[in-house]
Write a protein that binds this ligand. Structure first.
Ligand code: ATP
Length: 243
């Protein structure tokens, strides 16, 4: 919808790869009205140790005062009979996030598909004086220019913080970030953090094969999955990330 351009991300520029530090926090009289607020969105079907590690790293590198974790809603047409419910995804996420951040059901409650630019606008309306930061794993950053809606608005509203999901794609990420900075004036930072290499689809596949996933998800999430017998019926993880 107007954003589809040529995706230069992934091209090689030979730029030196370096993590950047975000600018130092400005001193303010009243910190409560000027906080650094981070948005970590995802399908979380289910939440796993990679998400939790990335949330902690995001808080640290962006020096966040608060972290909002936002599970996507499931559009009605994506609802499969065997799918895990929104309530299950939300509950598992709350168990995993604990006091790392606040889980918001804003997108789950919203009518229709949710887009990140709308969620950022919502956060801006709730916290008008805050500086907003948006987390993206590699896959999200590399697909940003071609897949996401209203990238112009997103780039205006926040600083993007990207972390590698695999550890071997940092050069690609940094080249992509450099292109978005140069051509669109995006505020975007790529950080080197040792990733926990795991995905929700891998977990769904393992469970459907009857394999143990307790090393890949937080303990309470593993117990919840077992108790409720989630994901046993096969691939029920239709992606529904309204980027
Ligand atoms: P699926 O396998 O179903 O596609 P996923 O594991 O990619 O799911 P999402 O809920 O889609 O999980 O991811 C939410 C956010 O977390 C995205 O920005 C994604 O890039 C990031 N992310 C997912 N897994 C990891 C990981 N292991 N390390 C760092 N970031 C991750």
């Amino acid at each position: 919808e107007g954003d589809r351009g040529r995706n230069k991300c992934g091209g090689r520029s030979g730029d030196r790869l370096e993590s950047r530090d975000l600018p130092p926090r400005e001193k303010t009289e009243d910190r409560s009205s000027e906080m650094r607020t981070g948005l970590f969105g995802g399908t979380f079907n289910p939440v796993h140790n990679g998400h939790v590690a990335a949330m902690k790293a995001f808080k640290q590198v962006a020096r966040l005062d608060r972290l909002t974790v936002m599970p996507t809603g499931t559009p009605p047409h994506k609802r499969f009979e065997r799918s895990v419910s929104d309530a299950d995804r939300l509950e598992m996420l709350k168990l995993a996030v604990g006091n790392i951040g606040e889980v918001s059901d804003y997108e789950m409650k919203k009518e229709g598909k949710s887009y990140t630019f709308e969620t950022l606008e919502y956060l801006k309306s709730v916290f008008p004086s805050d500086e907003l930061f948006l987390y993206m794993g590699s896959d999200m950053l590399l697909g940003f220019e071609t897949v996401w809606r209203r990238t112009d608005e997103i780039m205006k509203l926040c600083t993007i913080v990207a972390l590698s999901r695999t550890g071997d794609d940092l050069e690609k990420l940094e080249n992509c970030a450099e292109h978005l900075r140069r051509d669109f004036g995006a505020k975007i930072e790529v950080f080197r953090i040792e990733p926990v290499v795991v995905s929700s689809s891998q977990i769904r596949a393992l469970i459907s094969e009857g394999k143990d996933v307790s090393d890949l998800v937080p303990k309470a999430v593993g117990e919840y999955i077992k108790e409720k017998g989630l994901y046993r019926g096969g691939e029920n993880g239709d992606r529904c990330f309204g980027v």
